[in-house]
Design a protein around this ligand. Structure first.
Ligand SMILES: [Zn+2]
Length: 231
């Protein structure tokens, strides 16, 4: 029996969460689950519709993009996932969707402003948007450069406090300590993008949430003295 069976099952379950949450159509999107000890991740195969997807279809790849197990071609975004695992130590999953509200902000090349406490509950900053990739990078190793672009955007930002990013002209990538958290963050990012759009539609001059409220909401969920939810 494959030593990656559990990892593939987990990656499959997380991928199947995307259509369930209305975050993807057709073959859009992909999720991977990382096994740090083995240095490999299981990812959705390229171009297989979700209705046909099975756990055994998941492709196991190492951080040098080599397929370790699986007959199908891994997702075309595999290199982006690998770059994030290499650069963001401690993350255990990456999710990518073309969910429409997140994509709308990415296409407008704008960060999603932190307007309210729902945003602050999950993330201490605007959801950043990368710069548009230059032509040399586009013609080069495009998917690897997509990962590099995200990493450069996080030079001055904590990937632990902000587990989501928009790639300009493309869409959201999210991550988390576990693949389940990466999916959760994809759902949250879409909801925050939707809320922010409606907010500026009602009042384009809306200002960002003030620091004290950001800190209060983030800390009560994530700080050392967190008291949100059940202990
Ligand atoms: Zn994409």
């Amino acid at each position: 029996m494959s030593q990656y069976r559990g990892l593939k099952q987990r990656a499959w379950e997380c991928n199947m969460e995307l259509p369930k949450r209305n975050l993807v159509l057709y073959t859009f999107g992909n999720i991977s689950a990382y096994d740090k000890d083995k240095g490999v991740f299981a990812i959705k195969p390229s171009g297989i519709p979700y209705e046909e997807l099975k756990p055994e279809h998941m492709v196991v790849v190492d951080l040098d993009y080599k397929t370790v197990e699986g007959k199908l071609r891994p997702s075309s975004d595999t290199k982006t996932h690998a770059v994030l695992y290499r650069n963001f130590p401690g993350i255990g999953g990456v999710a990518h969707t073309h969910a429409p509200y997140s994509v709308a902000w990415a296409q407008a090349k704008k960060a999603v402003p932190i307007f309210g406490t729902t945003h602050a509950d999950h993330c201490t900053h605007d959801i950043p948007c990368t710069p548009v990739m230059n032509d040399k990078e586009i013609k080069g190793d495009y998917e690897e450069e997509t990962g590099n672009l995200i990493c450069r955007t996080f030079k001055t930002l904590s990937y632990i406090e902000v587990e989501m990013a928009l790639v300009a002209c493309h869409g959201p990538f999210t991550w988390g300590k576990t693949p389940e958290k990466a999916v959760y963050n994809a759902v949250v990012a879409e909801e925050l993008a939707k809320m922010a759009l409606w907010t500026i539609t009602i009042d384009p001059k809306t200002t960002r949430l003030k620091k004290t409220l950001i800190n209060k909401h983030y800390q009560r969920k994530h700080g050392g003295n967190a008291y949100y939810g059940q202990m």
